[in-house]
Design a protein around this ligand. Sequence first.
Ligand code: PMP
Length: 290
Amino acid sequence: MYFNSETVLYLDGKFVKANESTTDLYSQTLHYGYGAFEGIRSYVTEQGTKVFKAEEHYERLKKSCELVKIPFNYTVQELVEATYELLEKNNLKNAYIRPLVYCGQNMSLSKPTSVSVMIAAWDWGAYLGEKLLRLTVSSYCRPHPKSIHIEAKVCGHYVNSILATNEAKDKGFDEALLLDSDGFLAEGPGANLFFEKDGKLFTPQLGNILPGITRSTVLELAEELGMEVEQGKFTKEDLFQADSAFYCGTAAEVVGIASVDDYTFPKNWNTTLGKKLQNAYSLLVRKPTN
Ligand code: PMP
């Protein structure tokens, strides 16, 4: 359950009770997936609760809206402040935060008639669990970047992620790995991919994936730790020769991958570059000055 009788939501500048709030059944977002959202985490640090990369997440929300032409009438700063207030009102510390920009009544495919922003937050543990993941390559590919704005975090795009996740789970795997429409490695349904080969890291380049905020953080940490990273177009065959691999994302954080279909990564996870980055990420998000 994401809320109880005490839970408060932020809605268009006000704080409202979650169990008293309603949604319009004629919303353009509900019918057509025309909305944008974010996934953010907060962590307890020595100087209180900090929202990790709050500005970056709200900047991406703004950009997602701009790309799909949903009016965004808020400042990043007001949404960051609202988020801190929301956490305090709900007495949340290590939380997952979900801002959603959604459109009002409009059953046509025209421009939105009204736009709202809501922010919800709840306690959420490790999204993909703590253990190493067993992945399968999905029969679904990521949407073609020329048919949608793949760099935008838009509600409707997540039908693709839901299809891939459930296909993987129905086949007995933990999670899916999606290729792009040209057959190159892309990303998970809600996380970006890195793999290690001969002491070097590789990750799909931007263009056919969501530009993850955790991906950027991992790239910065890798540089600080003196690790070499190549961003490019890679194939399944590259992955099937790799020593280790991991997914990263706000919800998933940094999580090791045990196998992809019949291929098991040979390196012990505890000795991988991914494990070093997992530790560094876990420390960084809990730093008061992250
Ligand atoms: N790819 C997809 C498709 C996602 O949904 C997410 C989660 N937002 C990510 C990657 C990781 O992005 P971030 O690190 O910004 O959470």
